[in-house]
Design a protein around this ligand. Structure first.
Ligand code: NAD
Ligand code: LMR
Length: 348
């Protein structure tokens, strides 16, 4: 075809590359907690996205590595994006200090927060991490109210409702607040690939519900490869996806939780959001305000477009096992959503 012919000459392939680059977006992205375990590799992966022209690495002055240092390091990648670092004192209010960093952002990714230690549940992190998220989200509401805000900070099940309520109270569009659950999809896909030997490119398991324990519900029946797995193997595989975060926490032995796989997953979601803003139509699972179940927040397939979240898709067909799991998870997720809504009320 014509494209093959074009690509076959060195000059022409440079032309095609330049044409594609010209089509890329020019978006400003901020990674808050960008000098942390997730933040550093996530910042690197976002700096490598051709849709990113400006990247801000935002962290505290007490971070393990200065944010300015991470930014100086990333600024030498031979990518088009300009990288700047911003460090703030832990008692600084982002709303007073982070204007330069956040103004003009199209996407703010938030892996700022405390990771859990062995023996802790994600929900044990609510008070400390919701306080951190609130400081940042309030500043986003002031300086970049049109940005998509991707929340990685745990407990996602409660922090997202808390931040979304705050956002809505300011008259802003709740569809801009996105809870990042992509790591559950990445894990489900990997485990199905390992079990079946099917090529990774053929595996795509939607994961719905929330991001903690039994609220994580992989729909293996909706994946062409997943549906070939014998029914008696599904409960263990399901549990393996639910427990994957805890396995990493145990293996890191008190020194944090998943960082590299989370950065990979967070960048996948971040790039999907930017592709959507740039006019492509991209679908990923994410935890958002939702009307597809009786719960006001739920993870399901979401299509990103020029406005951020454009469509929250219905769950599709669930088999008997998945329907049973869904019924059981709803009250658990409801309680975690309510904890977030209570936080929002108490910290108005
Ligand atoms: P980390 O401690 O390595 O990094 C967190 C960074 O946030 C640190 O550099 C810290 O200085 C910074 N920070 C803290 N308070 C801040 C504030 N007010 N403003 C700006 N920066 C601030 O932790 P990590 O391993 O990167 O994990 C971060 C969070 O992500 C944790 O809450 C963890 O539970 C969560 N997490 C979520 C998922 C998911 O699937 N959604 C996966 C893994 C981890
Ligand atoms: C994960 O799933 O890896 C994260 O939510 C971190 C954790 O605490 O397990």
């Amino acid at each position: 075809c014509l494209l093959d012919l074009l690509v076959s000459s060195r000059f022409a392939s440079r032309f095609v590359r330049q044409f594609c680059t010209a089509m890329a977006g020019n978006f400003k992205v901020c990674v808050v907690g960008g000098a942390g375990g997730i933040g550093q590799p996530l910042s690197m992966l976002m700096a490598m996205d051709p849709n990113v022209s400006e990247l801000c690495v935002y962290d505290l002055t007490m971070a393990m590595v200065p944010a300015e240092g991470v930014a100086a390091d990333l600024s030498h990648l031979n990518m088009k994006c300009k990288v700047k670092g911003y460090a703030f004192d832990k008692d600084d209010k982002a709303i007073d200090k982070a204007g330069d960093c956040l103004t003009g952002c199209h996407l703010v990714l938030v892996p700022a927060g405390v990771p859990r230690k062995p023996g802790q549940d994600r929900k044990d992190l609510l008070n400390i991490n919701a306080g951190i998220a609130k400081n940042i989200v309030e500043a986003c509401a002031k300086f970049c109210p049109e940005a998509v805000v991707g929340l990685i900070v745990n407990p996602v099940n409660s922090v997202v409702p808390a931040m979304c309520e705050m956002w809505k109270k300011k008259g802003l569009n709740p569809a801009k607040i996105v809870g990042i659950t992509t790591l559950d999809v990445v894990r489900a896909d990997k485990f199905v690939h390992e079990m079946t030997g099917a090529p990774m490119s053929d595996v795509s398991v939607p994961v719905i519900g929330g991001h903690a324990g039994t609220t994580i519900l992989p729909l293996f029946s909706q994946c062409q490869v997943g549906m070939t797995i014998p029914a008696d193997k599904i409960p263990d595989l399901d549990k393996k996806v639910q427990d994957a975060g805890t396995v990493v926490v145990a293996a890191k032995n008190g020194k944090g939780s998943a960082t590299l796989s989370m950065a990979y997953a967070g960048a996948r979601l971040g790039k999907a959001v930017l592709a959507g803003l740039n006019g492509e139509v991209v679908t990923e699972c994410a935890y958002v305000e939702s009307k597809i179940t009786d719960l006001p927040y739920f993870a399901s397939k979401v299509t990103f477009g020029k406005q951020g979240v454009e469509t929250v898709h219905p769950l599709g067909d669930l088999n008997d096992y998945e329907q049973g799991r869904l019924k059981a998870l709803l009250p658990v997720l409801k309680e975690e959503i309510e904890a977030g809504l209570d936080y929002a009320k108490e910290n108005d």
